[in-house]
Design a binder for this molecule. Structure first.
Ligand SMILES: [Zn+2]
Ligand SMILES: [Zn+2]
Length: 650
């Protein structure tokens, strides 16, 4: 038998007989690894552990600790769940069951829905199948054989999937016990390898996500390779549920949706509007320092503007339909750019005027499919922290870096520790189609964006084929305090549209030139960033953002006048205060303030009234003792003005 050389991830090389399997390699390395092994990667391809390796190769044994191994585990658990469902509900038809981040789901066509008791039964059945330790076998079928097999099983969705797979390659399926599923693999070799899992919840989902198709029943679940990792994730999910911005938005009276107003069109309640005002004040202050100029634009425009901008050509399905006004088509604006371009063009510009930075909290309307709407994160009406920077190619790098630094400045204020900028680049095959046909300009601009990010020491990842039509784009991902991921905003470099709008400036030689344009929105839309901040802070906003900053709690009616004085002193200092003059015991008033998540409570009794003092209480800190009213007001004012980050980190 000939020998082959297997190179392991640590770059060590080992010699084996040709035809060795990853399972045998794992056994030769150690019994622990052999036990933990779920699948393998051979020359970067994920494969089953029993696939013979015939030639020299790089081999990595996948355990549940690696992202690839975890995916195999999650997907294998989805099969296990489908197996259990078929045992308990023989008439259920299986559709698809992919792994998603830390979870899996499987969609079933059944009569009715799955109840919570059903999930308990399914999970119990899954544990039986694990105890049986079924071997999971792969089989290769021709297309005809596969169609025949799944037709015999009455699995019409699988037949539909097979018929739509392109090419004539063989189709693979996996069998465990009496259950067979269409699948590319790889899979764990034994059902006994799946130990730590939990079914989470059910929901309805249309077949292929199309609302004209049948509604299927989806079950979500999760699986990990250790009990500890599973419990950690379940704890995270619990915390995420408590922090859900839709739930907290209601509890804290921040925003609401009304069927008569329309889906995806948030109504901001007084408490939420306070947060909006604070964010706008922050934006205005920051942009003033960075020499932006504020502008205002109408919510409507003639269709011809969106023809020129290319929106009607590329973006129409996301726009609200047109309305006829005096025989002319008008649209509500999906973006602010065209209006800002017109403001730039309102007066001639010379190189001395550049850069021109126009900013606006612009209101936009976008048509999102009703199935896509999600709380504040996907809406149809939004206000964007928008600005367009018009500059010369020489100014571009500095301007771009300044925008990136503005992001970092905001992240610091909000206590966002984990973030990533994803730089979307063009791919040359797309030139002239998906991307504007300016190969040199693409190369040059992308190089400058990259250089700016490197010089600014800004963590980023490059992704080819993710650019906008008119230039490279940066997507900003942030993670909340509990590690939940959000897409915050997109920044774009635009070297095409200014030309279409005939935007110019006169250079030093008196020649007309076209400026570059940077589209940026570091604070995203009010909807998205407030949705994020609610979850990031778990509803416990830092003082500067809190709708109610201080509650004044008199212990009895006797001190109500003094309590009013305290209220006035706070109001005069610009602090948002709520005086609770109800005839309740002070303990009840404290509990009420805690429920409203009011961070600062000032308890006043007769002693405090005599000495012009307050008893200070803060959420998560409790009683902080009696202090002079003046000192407390001064301290709170500083905390608010410096936008100190006081959110709870546990
Ligand atoms: Zn599978
Ligand atoms: Zn824009």
């Amino acid at each position: 038998m000939s020998q082959i050389t297997v190179t392991l991830p640590d770059n060590s090389a080992r010699s084996y007989g040709s035809g060795v399997t990853p399972q045998e390699i794992a056994e030769s390395i150690g019994s622990h690894l052999a036990q933990d092994a779920l699948a393998a990667q051979v020359d970067g391809q994920s494969v089953d552990l029993n696939v013979p390796i015939e030639a020299d190769a790089e081999v990595a044994i996948l355990t549940g600790d690696s992202p690839e191994g975890h995916e195999v585990l999650l997907h294998s658990t989805a099969h296990l769940m489908a197996h259990a469902v078929k045992k308990l509900f023989p008439d259920a038809k299986v559709t698809i069951g992919p792994a998603i981040e830390n979870r899996f789901y499987y969609d079933f066509d059944i009569d009715g829905t799955f109840s919570d008791e059903d999930l308990v039964r399914i999970e119990k059945k899954m544990r039986e199948l694990v105890a049986n330790d079924h071997v999971v076998k792969r089989m290769e079928l021709t297309r005809g054989e596969a169609v025949k097999l799944f037709n015999e099983m009455n699995e019409s969705y699988k037949v539909e999937i097979i018929e739509q797979i392109e090419g004539d390659d063989n189709i693979s399926a996996y069998t465990q016990g009496d259950f067979t599923d269409l699948c590319r693999g790889p899979h764990v070799p034994l059902t006994g390898k799946i130990k730590y899992f939990k079914l989470l919840n059910t929901s309805g989902a249309y077949w292929r996500g199309n609302e004209n198709n049948k509604m299927l029943q989806r079950i979500y679940g999760t699986a990990f390779s250790s009990k500890k990792a599973l419990n950690k994730y379940l704890k995270f999910l619990e915390e995420a549920k408590n922090r859900d911005h839709r739930k907290l938005g209601k509890e804290l009276a921040l925003f609401t949706f009304d069927e008569e107003v329309g889906p995806g069109l948030p109504l901001w309640l007084p408490n939420g509007t306070v947060i909006i005002d604070e964010l706008e004040a922050l934006a205005k202050e920051t942009e003033d320092k960075a020499e932006y100029q504020r502008v205002r634009t109408p919510h409507l425009s003639k269709g011809s503007l969106y023809e020129k901008s290319g929106h009607l050509e590329h973006y129409q399905e996301t726009m609200y339909p047109s309305m006829d006004v005096d025989g002319i088509e008008y649209y509500v604006k999906p973006m602010n750019c065209p209006h800002h371009h017109k403001i730039y063009a309102a007066h001639p510009k010379s190189y001395r005027d550049l850069p021109v930075r126009l900013s606006e909290y612009g209101t936009c309307y976008r048509y999102e499919k009703s199935g896509q709407l999600f709380g504040l994160m996907r809406v149809r009406g939004m206000q964007m922290n928008d600005a367009h920077i018009y500059c010369t190619p020489q100014q571009f790098k500095d301007e771009f870096l300044a925008v990136c630094n503005m992001y970092l400045y905001y992240f610091d204020i909000f206590g966002i520790d984990k973030y990533q900028l994803r730089l979307g680049l063009h791919n040359p095959e797309g030139l002239g189609g998906k991307y504007i046909d300016e190969p040199e300009l693409w190369k040059q601009t992308e190089a400058e964006v990259r250089q700016a990010l490197i010089e600014g020491n800004i963590d980023h990842e490059e992704i080819s084929g993710e650019a906008a039509f008119y230039g490279p784009k940066i997507d900003v991902q942030v993670w909340s305090a509990i590690g939940k991921e959000f897409t915050l905003a997109t920044n774009q470099v635009d070297f095409a549209i200014p030309k279409r709008f005939g935007l110019t400036f006169t250079d030093e030689a008196g020649q007309e030139q076209t400026p570059l344009c940077i589209h940026r929105a570091p604070l995203s839309t009010h909807e998205r960033i407030i949705g994020f901040l609610i979850e990031h802070y778990g509803g416990d906003f830092p003082l500067w953002l809190a709708p109610i900053q201080v509650a004044v709690l008199p212990v009895s009616d006797k001190v109500i006048d003094y309590a009013k004085n305290v209220e006035t002193a706070l109001k005069e200092a610009g602090i948002r205060v709520q005086l609770n003059g109800q005839p309740n015991k002070v303990g009840a008033k404290i509990r009420q303030a805690e429920l409203q998540r009011i961070n600062v409570m000032l308890v006043v009794g007769e002693k405090e009234a005599q000495d012009n003092q307050v008893a200070l209480r803060r959420r998560f800190k409790g009683d902080l003792g009696t202090q002079s009213l003046d000192d407390v007001v001064t301290e709170l004012k500083t905390e608010i003005e410096t936008r100190r980050n006081t959110y709870r980190t546990n």
